[in-house]
Write a protein that binds this ligand. Structure first.
Ligand SMILES: [Zn+2]
Length: 288
């Protein structure tokens, strides 16, 4: 964030910031010297960023169409984790639902589901499957009649995209019923893989580690019930369709490895060594 021309940390740390790196995409980010939060130091104006989602450029439906099977595996695992804390099936809201893969999995597990999605093409595909989708950016769809409606809110790889993650948590909190649960995942900046592949300054405006994500959540009166460093299921073939800029040499290597059918080995390595995502289950508590 920039305050009076000075780059400051969203968490209000009274500490300096420094560039994450001098090179490549890392030069677009600053990092708080106290909590380690990384953020795009001078993000583009909101209309330019919003256009990327409205026009199916960032997080495009063509990519998610290719990741459905891998995403299903990830979402089954994460919803089973959520069910350990919220055993009764009830109403769940998926923020950034895209074409509805998580909603499909959740519905098959007995949840009632609704979604929020700004990309009109993705929202249309999800609606065609019978789901209720509140179309628009999260900040604009929060209507009075939705407050306190949901027992669970899912923000799967969303919080790193929004201009103000604190505001996003405040809104998620307003949507949740008392004692409701938030399931949140985001790239893990402590991971080498994240530093190598997740620095996308037009999409990932913030990058967290376990410490500053915990601070952000507890600051908005969420009790952290579970936090793990893990990964999501990926297939090598899908990586070639990602919007991540990996360079021509890396792309050639990925294409070569995908022919060797090393997807299972990649998934195992990601989950046990690279751990490029943080997954949190947090409960809405009463503010003191
Ligand atoms: Zn900080």
């Amino acid at each position: 964030m920039t305050l009076n021309g000075i780059i400051t940390c969203l968490l209000g740390c009274r500490a300096g910031t420094r560039p994450l790196s001098q090179n490549g995409n890392g030069s677009n980010y600053h990092r708080c010297e106290k909590c380690g939060l990384a953020f795009v130091s001078r993000p583009p104006a909101s209309p330019a960023l919003e256009r990327l989602y409205l026009k199916d450029i960032s997080s495009p439906t063509s990519y998610y169409a290719k990741t459905v099977e891998a995403d299903r595996i990830t979402f089954v695992k994460r919803l089973r984790l959520l069910a350990q804390f919220q055993p009764e099936r009830c109403l769940l809201l998926d923020i950034g639902c895209s074409t509805g893969t998580l909603m499909n999995v959740a519905a098959s597990m007995g949840w009632e589901v609704e979604g929020v999605e700004p990309n009109p093409h993705a929202a249309y595909i999800a609606r065609q499957q019978g789901f209720i989708v509140h179309e628009g950016f999260f900040s604009s769809v929060l209507d009075r009649h939705l407050k306190g409606k949901y027992q669970c809110v899912v923000m799967s790889d969303v919080i790193e995209h929004v201009p103000n993650p604190r505001d996003a948590l405040i809104k998620a909190r307003q949507l949740l019923a008392p004692n409701g649960f938030l399931l949140l995942s985001t790239p893990n900046l402590e991971s080498f893989w994240c530093k190598r592949f997740q620095l996308k300054p037009m999409e990932h405006l913030f990058l967290f580690n376990s410490k500053n994500l915990s601070l952000l959540l507890s600051g908005e009166a969420f009790e952290i019930c579970h936090l793990e460093k893990t990964s999501r299921r990926r297939a090598l073939g899908q990586l070639t369709h990602s919007t991540t800029e990996v360079g021509r040499e890396s792309l050639t290597l990925i294409r070569y490895l995908s022919r060797l059918r090393l997807d299972g080995a990649l998934a195992w390595m990601m989950e046990h060594f690279f751990k490029d995502e943080l997954v949190v289950i947090a409960r809405k508590t009463r503010r003191l």
